[in-house]
Write a protein that binds this ligand. Sequence first.
Ligand SMILES: *Cc1c(COP(=O)(O)O)cnc(C)c1O
Length: 361
Amino acid sequence: MKTVLEINLQSLEYNFNKIKSLVKPTTKTMAVVKANGYGSDMVAVAKKLDELGVDYFSVAYASEGVKLRNAGIKTPILVLIPQAGSFDEITNFELEPSIYSFHFLNTFIAYANEKNLSNYPIHFKINSGLNRIGFKEDEIEKAFKLMLNSNRFFVQSIYSHLSASEDPNEKAFTLQQITSFEKSIEKILPKLSHKPILHMSNTSGIINYPESEFDMVRCGIGLYGFSNTLSTTLKPVHKLLSTISQIIQVSKGESVGYNRAYVAKEKTKVGIIPLGHADGISRSFNKGGYVIIGNKKCKIIGNVCMDVIMVNLNGTVANEGDQVIIFDDKNTAENFAESVGTISYEILTNLSSRIERRIVS
Ligand SMILES: *Cc1c(COP(=O)(O)O)cnc(C)c1O
């Protein structure tokens, strides 16, 4: 045994179908597979979702889209945060960029003129309150006109992103974002002779705000089995397993690991697990983080090392070679994340390429 990340494609299928059952049958689904499919295996996940009939993929950067195309994915791919400088990658691999800033738009128009592009599919991004990327309400008309007048692009979609769709305390703000998006659309839609796809919801939007459904939903974390709403049952796709490499005994007063960060208060059985901060287990895990060995929670002790963590095995009958569960479908990545005050998104996307992925189907 060694450290392995299992990716369960049956759970992925279950989640995909569950998400589809939450939206109208005519609503398209876009699978968000950025960051290696939230730390899983982007290609394996995308191939499975393709089989299941997903309508669109999205990635953050052009290089991720290239990886999907090289794996044979033919479904349309939206690049959420393309950078000026990746136009060759975008056009050579038929990726569809977001148009989100004047800088990006102007440089893309110059490129499109030079290459004589026509009807190139783009996605117009509106900033309705997240204040990340996109055009603000007072820039929309100018940007849209500039884009249309270039005569180089086809508006495949117009979209925006919610800022707090998982938070019931921010309901008023979210509804205001949806209204702002609708107002912006009203201003620019009449300038087109076709109806582009409109979209706004992420996973929590799908669950909490049917008002934000429009023509398509963008589902990321939900496909991998998480949502902040407990009422919806999804199945975690990621399972991170390891093993006990070695067990050592330390006496009261002896320290464990770098900087002597842990000092044993009693005779302690210490397990060494081959997984460290180079694998995505951050140093903050020495503050309340734990793993599961033989159904028991074992606390991570001392500083997390680059390649290993140490855990307290007192009260267990654990042996060298025994299996260690970092997270699975019962002790989820969300629980693991919460033990140190972070979110499942961060835990999953940090899982480094050094960890072997094993596809379970
Ligand atoms: C990452 C991302 C998503 C996916 O969000 P989830 O909460 O994981 O469903 C959707 N839209 C945009 C613009 C994103 O950047």
